[in-house]
Structures are given as C-alpha cells and as structure tokens.
Ligand binder design. Structure first.
Ligand SMILES: Nc1nc2c(ncn2[C@@H]2O[C@H](COP(=O)(O)OP(=O)(O)OP(=O)(O)O)[C@@H](O)[C@H]2O)c(=O)[nH]1
Length: 198
C-alpha cells in the first residue's frame, strides 16, 4: 500500500532457524501447494520497497531474486533481527518469522502507521509479545547487541531499553478477528491442525 511503501522500511524474513521440531526446513516446507515462507514474501513485496531474507545457506533461495543476508550472530532469532538491523540501509526493519501461514496485511499496516516517536512497534496478544512480526528501528541495534554479548538471546528482553509502542490484544483483535495472524507452524501436527483453518 502506498503509505507504507513510502516509509523507510525494509522487510526482513528470518529463514535461519534449525526447524528441529518440524524435522525439515520450515521456510521451504510445502503448505497448501507453496513453500511456506512465500506467504510472508508476497505480503512484504507488496508492502515494502525492499525485502531481504536473513539466514545462512542462502543458496536455498536461488531463483527468488531476493537478497539473503548471512547471520552475523548465528543461533537465534534475535541474532537474525540484529543482522537485519545492522545490514540494511533503511531506518526501519519489519521483521517476520518465515513460518506464518496467515500473516496479516491489516496488522502490518497498522504497526507501520504507529512508528512516530518510538523505536519499536510490537504486537502483544494474550499470549504475550509477538517479536517476530514487529517493526524495529536501527536505534534497537545497540541494546540488542548488548544483550547478545551478555549471552542472552531472548527476542524481547531488551525492550525496556527502547521506546516500545505495544499494540495490545484489543487492537489486534479488531484487525485480526479470526485470531490467525500469529499462528506459526512448528511441528508436523501444527500443519495438520492448521490445514483445517480458513
Ligand atoms: N536468521 C536466523 N533466523 C533464525 C535463527 N533461529 C531461528 N530463526 C528464525 O526465527 C523464526 C522462529 O524460529 P523458531 O521456530 O523459534 O526456531 P527454529 O530453529 O526455526 O525451529 P526449532 O528448531 O524447532 O526451534 C523462524 O523464522 C526461524 O527461521 C537464526 O539463528 N538465524
């Protein structure tokens, strides 16, 4: 959408996980006839002027015409967020996990509309923060770096160090009434269960 494309945002999809619970690469896992990560890729391509993937073994994504950033700090999704923020030219990065079958355009656009006066815009549902579908500015880089250097890789433990705009459960429910925006697929059972959704 034009108002989001005009913003200084890169879309970054994290594709560097080990997929241990799934037993095979989640990003390229076939879900309803297409590799799973393409659902976020499509949404990002229509929303942001530039899109990158973050993770090692970039050759997996040959043919997509999208730049792959190798992990600067491998081993955690927070390391992936760090790599994205440290590598892109834009002031903001919208980060998403690769395993979201129903990423929400409405939630994405709402988060992007709230960036004024803060350093991060993060959804929070009744299950807690959703750090892997959130908007971060480059000002988050230093506190993330400090946390990683301390040996902690919790994706949201550094939030108290920056100005976070939380988008709470009621706001999210209005944008995602079916409650599917943050479903992610971790196990073969999740695929079976989610196959029946929508
Ligand atoms: N770039 C990058 N992304 C990661 C890394 N670890 C996890 N991710 C991504 O973070 C998102 C959530 O990952 P998880 O489901 O928590 O972890 P996973 O390693 O993919 O799966 P499990 O091995 O089953 O825990 C996915 O998009 C992963 O690809 C990493 O070390 N580097």
């Amino acid at each position: 959408m034009p108002e989001t494309r005009a913003l200084d945002i890169t879309g970054a999809i994290l594709v560097g996980g080990k997929s241990r619970r799934m037993g095979r690469d989640k990003a390229l896992l076939e879900f309803r006839g297409r590799p799973l990560f393409e659902r976020v890729l499509d949404l990002f391509r229509e929303s942001f002027p530039q899109v990158v993937l973050v993770g090692n073994q970039g050759e997996r994504f040959e043919g997509y015409g999208v730049h792959v950033l190798p992990d600067l700090v491998p081993g955690s999704s927070l390391g992936g967020i760090y790599t994205a923020l440290a590598s892109v030219q834009t002031e903001w990065v919208f980060v998403a996990s690769c395993d979201l079958p129903f990423p929400s355009r409405a939630v994405l656009h709402h988060l992007c509309s709230l960036s004024e006066g803060c350093d991060a815009v993060v959804p929070r549902t009744e299950h807690g923060y959703e750090p892997l579908f959130a908007l971060y500015s480059r000002r988050c880089l230093q506190p993330i770096d400090e946390l990683l250097q301390s040996g902690d890789c919790c994706a949201y433990a550094w939030y108290p160090k920056v100005r976070v705009r939380e988008v709470g459960p009621e706001e999210i429910a209005a944008l995602d009434p079916a409650g599917i925006a943050f479903i992610n697929l971790n196990t073969p059972e999740d695929i079976e269960k989610t196959g029946e959704t929508q």
